[in-house]
Write a protein that binds this ligand. Structure first.
Ligand SMILES: Nc1ncnc2c1ncn2[C@@H]1O[C@H](COP(=O)(O)OP(=O)(O)OP(=O)(O)O)[C@@H](O)[C@H]1O
Ligand SMILES: [Mg+2]
Length: 332
C-alpha cells in the first residue's frame, strides 16, 4: 500500500501517474440499499477505469478481508450505502486491517449517520435545522403511542416529516399532513429502523450540496435543485430516470446559493468529515437554509446528486474519485 504517497506529493492535483494506483471499490452489502450501492459501485469503477485507474469492484462479504490481505490495494472507495457503509462499522474493520479508504473516519460517521446526532451537532454550531424528536420504539410501547404522538402534534403541529433516525434513500420517510395519519406513518417507519425522527415538514426548494476536499480544504460543488414530478423525493423519484428534474446549479439568488454552499461546508467541518459528503437541505421562501441531513457515502448512480454536481463543476467523476483515492493512499 505504498504507491500513492510519493506521487500525491509530486503530482499535485494532476493524475499523471494515477494508472499505477490499484483500488478496490466496495459495493453491495446486505443493506436495504444494496441495489443502489451496486449501481454506485459500477459507476465509480467505470469512471475510474476511464481515467486509467486499475479498479476492481468487490462486494463487502465474508471474502472481503481475505481478498484485501492478498491484494493489498492502495486504497478503497466505499460505495456502500446504508448502515454498513455509513455507520462507521465497516471503516472500523478497515482501520483494523490497515486498509486506506476514501471518506470519513469511523468515529465521524457514527455521529453523522445518525440524523438526530447530526442535527444536534450542526444546530450547536449555529446552523438551522427543523426542531425534532427522535425516539426508539420501546418509548411508544411503554408510554402509550397515542399519548406520545398527541404531545408531538401539540408541540410541532402538522404537516410533519417522519423518517428513520438512521437510514437512507428516503426509505421509510413520509410526510404526514393530518394528525390522524401519524400512527400509520410511525408503524411503517419502524419497519425500516428501530428509532424514528419526527420533525416539522419544511416547504421550500430542496437542494443537495456535495462537498469534496481534493487537498485545499472542503469545497462546495454547485448545489443541485431537486424537483420531483410527483412532488415527493422518494425512492422511486430518486432511482427511476426521468421522474425528477434536477437543476444544477440550483436556481437560487446568488446570496442564497452562497449560503447553501456555506452550510454544506460548515456541516462537513463541524462533523469532522473527510474527503466527501453531501448535505441535504431546504431553502425556504425567506431564503433561510434548513439542514436536513448529511451523507457520508453519497449515492454515485447515474441519477445521483454528487456526480451531477461534479459534472456541473466541470470536473470528471473518475478524476475526482482518483484524486480522493490518491489522498487516501497517501494517508496510509
Ligand atoms: N423536514 C422535512 N421537510 C420537508 N421534506 C423533508 C424533510 N425531511 C425530509 N424531507 C424529504 O424526505 C427526503 C428524505 O429525507 P432525508 O434526506 O432526511 O433522508 P434519507 O432517507 O437519509 O435520504 P438520503 O438518501 O438522501 O440519505 C428528503 O430528500 C426530502 O425530500
Ligand atoms: Mg437525504
Amino acid at each position: 500500500m505504498s504507491a500513492g504517497a510519493a506521487e500525491v506529493a509530486s503530482s499535485g492535483t494532476g493524475l499523471s501517474t494515477v494508472d499505477e494506483l490499484a483500488v478496490v471499490v466496495l459495493a453491495g452489502g446486505l443493506d436495504l440499499e444494496r441495489e443502489v450501492s451496486l449501481r454506485s459501485g459500477r459507476r465509480v469503477t467505470d469512471a475510474l477505469r476511464e481515467v486509467g485507474v486499475h479498479a476492481r469492484l468487490s462486494d463487502a462479504d465474508s471474502g472481503l478481508l481475505t481478498a484485501l490481505a492478498a491484494e493489498r490495494p492502495d486504497a478503497i472507495f466505499i460505495a456502500l450505502h446504508g448502515q454498513a457503509g455509513e455507520d462507521g462499522s465497516l471503516r472500523t474493520v478497515l482501520d483494523l486491517v490497515g486498509a486506506a479508504y476514501v471518506g470519513s473516519t469511523a468515529a465521524a460517521c457514527r455521529v453523522a449517520w445518525d440524523k438526530a446526532n447530526a442535527k444536534a451537532a450542526v444546530r450547536a454550531a449555529g446552523l438551522r435545522t427543523p426542531d425534532w424528536v427522535a425516539l426508539p420504539h420501546p418509548t411508544f410501547r411503554e408510554l402509550g403511542a397515542a399519548a406520545v404522538l398527541d404531545r408531538i402534534v401539540a408541540r410541532f403541529g402538522v404537516p410533519l416529516m417522519v423518517k428513520p433516525v438512521q437510514g437512507g434513500s428516503a426509505l421509510g420517510a413520509q410526510q404526514v399532513r393530518e394528525a390522524e395519519e401519524l400512527p400509520a406513518a410511525m408503524v411503517s417507519c419502524f419497519s425500516y429502523g428501530d428509532a424514528v425522527l419526527i420533525e416539522p415538514y419544511v416547504s421550500g426548494v430542496e437542494i443537495a450540496v456535495s462537498v469534496i476536499d481534493l487537498g485545499d480544504g472542503p469545497q462546495a460543488l454547485p448545489a443541485v435543485e431537486i424537483v420531483p414530478s410527483s412532488g415527493v423525493f422518494d425512492y422511486a423519484s430518486r432511482y427511476t430516470a426521468g421522474t425528477t428534474t434536477y437543476h444544477t446549479p440550483a436556481r437560487l439568488p446568488a446570496e442564497a446559493a452562497a449560503r447553501v454552499s456555506d452550510v454544506a461546508v460548515r456541516a462537513h467541518t463541524v462533523l469532522g468529515l473527510r474527503d466527501l459528503s453531501r448535505t441535504d437541505a431546504i431553502v425556504t421562501a425567506d431564503g433561510s437554509v434548513e439542514f436536513l441531513e448529511v451523507n457520508v457515502s453519497p449515492g454515485m448512480t447515474e441519477t445521483s446528486l454528487l456526480p451531477m454536481a461534479v459534472e456541473a463543476a466541470g470536473l470528471e467523476l473518475g478524476e475526482v474519485c482518483g484524486r480522493l483515492l490518491r489522498r487516501a493512499a497517501a494517508r496510509g
